[in-house]
Design a protein around this ligand. Structure first.
Ligand code: NCD
Length: 309
């Protein structure tokens, strides 16, 4: 078994982490709840650089807020058009410049493999804040934290991932992570947006996986409903997007058949896949999930910078 050493580590793929390590991160996240309200000087003098080559609201702001809550500072950009990338600089060179100013880098990039490449060049830890449609490991950790906090456990649950399982990066990382627990996974998507083959192959070796297209069929059984946005920007063809747009809609009518203690999660942003009327339903947890992102990212920064062991 790998030792629980986080200092200096990259967080590129959730597959690099064992169940023991993930549980450890979740425990440290819990201990950050108090610091999230009080603030701390744990990372005083440390700098986080957020390099976001793709749109973001929550991920970037929560990384920056997490750093500030721990007494550190944050620099970065949210718009590659204003940087030297516009002059033709490649990612490897950008990383080799930024590592001179920052102790840790959070990177979001439209290309699969970008975080891995950055980690190969960087002397400071790379936190993958979304690499193309491939992975979004820190989102998966906050999803697990939310499930654990709201349901009291992860083992034994029936969990449905719904929507764009092909281009959605959050569901790839989450499926890998959930396969380390004793759960049943339901994958609900349009035929053309089924879960990527490499993810299915890895996950179904460890847990039972059911694939389907009909949400109504699984609603009565599941404990966690994880809804995702159809990733319009990743479709190679607008006509293909038009065919699947609006396939699923979680509304109060659908919830009539759900368990009363089921919880609904969504990485956000949502478009039309969860109606606004659901926001006040007892099952809605997607805004609590946002708050949990703050403590999980505080924990990750503290761990990779060696401030907590
Ligand atoms: C997600 C992303 O960027 O992958 N957003 C997020 O980080 N919370 C999901 C999405 O864009 O649909």
């Amino acid at each position: 078994m790998r030792s629980l050493e986080f200092k200096g580590r990259d967080i590129v793929s959730i597959e690099d982490f064992s169940r023991e390590e993930i549980n450890y991160i979740l425990n440290i996240s819990k201990s950050m709840e108090q610091l999230a309200s009080q603030g701390s000087n744990m990372l005083k003098g440390k700098i986080l650089a957020t390099l976001f080559f793709e749109p973001s609201t929550r991920t970037r702001l929560s990384f920056e807020a997490a750093m500030l809550k721990l007494g550190g500072a944050a620099i970065g950009f949210a718009e590659a058009e204003v940087t030297s990338v516009r002059k033709g600089e490649n990612l490897a060179d950008t990383i080799r410049a930024v590592e001179n100013y920052a102790d840790v880098i959070a990177l979001r990039h439209p290309l699969d493999g970008a975080a891995k490449l950055a980690a190969e060049f960087s002397k400071v830890p790379i936190l993958n804040a979304g690499s193309g449609s491939e992975e979004h490991p820190t989102q998966a950790l906050m999803d697990l934290y939310t499930i654990q906090k709201e349901k009291g456990r992860i083992d034994g649950l029936k969990i449905a991932l719904v929507g764009d399982l092909r281009y959605g990066r959050t569901v790839h990382s989450l499926a890998y992570a959930l396969s380390l627990y004793n759960i049943e996974l339901y994958l609900i998507s349009p035929e053309s947006l089924k879960m990527r083959k490499e993810v299915i192959h890895s996950v179904e070796k460890k847990i039972s996986v059911f694939e389907g297209t009909n949400l109504e069929d699984v609603i009565p059984q599941v404990d966690v409903l994880y809804v995702t946005r159809i990733q319009k920007e990743r479709f190679p063809d607008a006509a293909e997007y038009a065919k699947v747009k609006g396939t699923y809609k979680v509304d109060l009518k659908l919830l009539k058949n759900a368990k009363t203690d089921m919880i609904i999660l969504h990485p956000l942003p949502r478009v039309d896949e969860i109606s606004a009327e659901v926001d006040s339903a007892p099952q809605a947890r997607y805004f609590q999930q946002v708050r949990n992102g703050l403590v999980v990212r505080m924990a990750l920064l503290a761990l990779v910078l060696g401030a907590v062991k």
